[in-house]
Design a protein around this ligand. Structure first.
Ligand SMILES: NC(=O)C1=CN([C@@H]2O[C@H](COP(=O)(O)OP(=O)(O)OC[C@H]3O[C@@H](n4cnc5c(N)ncnc54)[C@H](OP(=O)(O)O)[C@@H]3O)[C@@H](O)[C@H]2O)C=CC1
Ligand SMILES: CC(=O)[C@@H](O)[C@H](O)COP(=O)(O)O
Ligand SMILES: [Mn+2]
Length: 379
């Protein structure tokens, strides 16, 4: 029996984590859940899974929750509440399924409390990978990837010495506009951008897939999870999302992980690792699929990926700025404030204005993050 806390239980990863848990109820106990503002869903989840503690985004929502939840469930709120929830003594594993770098303090609190981290919240590693991974190392805490590509790499490495790794390749679907030229991106709508060809995901990551920022975040995430250099990381377009990623060892042997695009597989693997359990997902039938396709990444078509590599290589505050500016730009696009190509414009301009500086602690990260958000809001 594993005790699980889910940060962001009402989102795409959060609800799929609960699906995995419901499919194997003898194996898991849900001890903590958190939502932003989806009170109705959180209450439904709490009634079904009976956690000992829940958290909501603010006090008002928490008061409403208290009135509606079964008695005996502790209700927390805000960033402090999320930190307390993440460190709750009952949990063995904390699934970080919240979106954005707002997940950073809670992820660090869970590490401090010695919890195993099942990490979906990639923004946390992008903004402060050096701090998070160093603290996890010091505390002897495992950070197990949930992100499909990183789960794939984790499965391919399967305990092999990273020193024998020549290259890792993250596959990219190409996102909602993969068959359009750059000229055809002018005037695309939010609804079109939200229509991912292979995956059903939250709004922010779906837009990130369309701009290829998602792959940029994943490149930086991979650098920290697997302790590789940026020269060892390659991105390849693979429109079917069947090969989730692959590794090439120094003897030129390549090992890939394949499967249907269903996040319940990597979510479950992060919870059961090193064991495997059956899942209610479909099985891969390569004969039915017939062909898989690949094409070289075109950095001129996807300039945000180029920027992400540059920020990763520059290190220090650059990835924090990249992530924060992107979070604001995506929110502005979703609100109809800027157009789709405006996202990369915001990123380029905020990065142009930034002088890279050391970010050795959370305070420094928070200051740089706040600066980038302020800049990105007015471009
Ligand atoms: N979806 C996917 O398939 C994949 C996602 N990821 C990563 O996982 C993370 C989650 O993504 P996804 O599930 O798609 O996102 P969703 O938008 O579907 O869910 C986000 C979750 O975060 C909560 N949240 C949002 N704002 C706040 C806030 N201010 N305070 C507290 N909680 C908040 C939401 O609560 P509420 O809805 O109640 O407001 C929700 O539970 C992201 O970092 C993403 O990059 C990685 C790989 C695949
Ligand atoms: C499911 C998952 O892990 C997403 O991050 C997915 O990879 C998005 O797909 P693309 O970024 O390849 O379009
Ligand atoms: Mn991914």
């Amino acid at each position: 029996m594993k005790n699980i806390t889910i940060l962001g239980s009402t989102g795409s990863i959060g609800t799929q984590t609960l699906d995995v848990i419901a499919n194997d109820p003898e194996r898991y106990r849900v001890v903590g859940l958190s939502a932003g503002s989806n009170l109705a869903l959180l209450i439904e989840q709490a009634k079904q899974f009976r956690p000992s503690v829940v958290c909501l985004a603010n006090k008002e929502l928490a008061e409403q929750a208290k009135a509606e939840l079964p008695s005996g469930i502790q209700v927390l709120y805000g960033e402090e509440g999320l930190v307390e929830l993440a460190a709750n003594a009952d949990a063995d594993v904390v699934v970080t399924a919240i979106v954005g770098s707002r997940g950073l303090p809670a992820t660090l609190a869970a590490i401090e409390a010695g919890k195993t981290i099942a990490l979906a919240n990639k923004e946390t590693l992008v903004t402060a990978g050096h701090i998070v991974m160093e603290r996890a190392r010091q505390k002897g805490v495992s950070v197990i990837p949930v992100d499909s590509e990183h789960s794939a790499i984790f499965q391919c490495l399967n305990g092999e010495d990273v020193k024998s790794l020549q290259q890792l390749t993250l596959t990219a679907s190409g996102g909602s506009f993969r068959d359009r030229t750059r000229d055809q991106l002018a005037g695309v709508t939010v609804a079109e951008a939200l229509n991912h060809p292979n995956w059903s995901m939250g709004a922010k990551i779906t837009i990130d897939s369309a701009t290829m920022v998602n792959k940029g975040l994943e490149v930086i995430e991979a650098r920290w999870l697997f302790d590789v250099t940026y020269d060892q990381i390659k991105v390849l377009i693979h429109p079917e999302s069947i090969i989730h990623s692959f590794v090439e060892f120094n003897d030129n042997s390549v090992i890939a992980q394949l499967g249907l695009p269903d996040m319940r597989v990597p979510i479950q693997y992060a919870l059961t690792y090193p064991e495997r359990r059956s899942t209610p997902t479909g099985r891969l039938d390569l004969a039915a699929i017939g062909k898989l396709h690949f094409r070289e990444m075109d950095f001129a078509r996807y300039p945000c990926l180029k920027l992400a590599f540059e920020c990763g290589r520059a290190g220090q505050s650059a990835p924090t700025v990249f992530n924060a500016a992107n979070e604001v730009a995506v929110a502005r696009f979703l609100n109809g404030e800027i157009d789709f190509l405006g996202i990369e414009r915001v990123l380029e301009r905020v990065l142009e204005r930034h002088s890279v500086t050391a970010v050795n602690d959370l305070q420094a990260i928070a200051e740089v993050d706040a600066w980038a958000r302020k800049e990105a809001a007015v471009i």
